[in-house]
Design a protein around this ligand. Sequence first.
Ligand SMILES: [Zn+2]
Length: 206
Amino acid sequence: MRSERLQATAAEAFQRMTRAARADGVHIVPVSGHRSHAEQASLYDSYVQQYGQETADTIAARPGHSEHQTGLVMDIGIADGECVLQDCFEGTPVGDWARKNAHRHGFVVCYPEDRQEWTGYAYEPWHLRYVGPQLVAELQADAAAEGSAELDTLEEYFGLGPAPDHPAGRRPPPPGASPPGSPPRTAAAGTMCATPLRTPPIGAPL
Ligand SMILES: [Zn+2]
């Protein structure tokens, strides 16, 4: 299905990850991968209609700002459809496995718990972004240096604040934020969460 597609490198990593999970008796189901601009616009608009814009901005990216448009993100679920895209997903075997193991396959949970002031998004334990093994290793090295068990979000790692027109961006930066004007780390195009799409996605069936 088109909605379950990823760029080729991410798709291969995803397949390796699902095989590894299977070996542990866990069945990861791909739920939502690449979305076109039009698909994201439709999704965002439906949330605005349903919940109002303020809430919609915490659960869906505006069109042009969704990681799903990069072709590097897959929302995952479990076989019986229980807890799909809901908080209780974290407590399922798939959610638990992904939280502990996704990084071994180059994926990060982009929107962790209690980091909304950085990411602009509520906790999404199902939203896995492929960043590759090199960046995972750098995030792990940083976490180890900070004595933290949790990896920084990509926004923290690259010294970015929330998008300026996002509601979260109007709040003061959280403690530890880079001071204004400090040089951000150099990020490869398309590697950050919530950045606009810069490279066209290359569809690869899963
Ligand atoms: Zn997602």
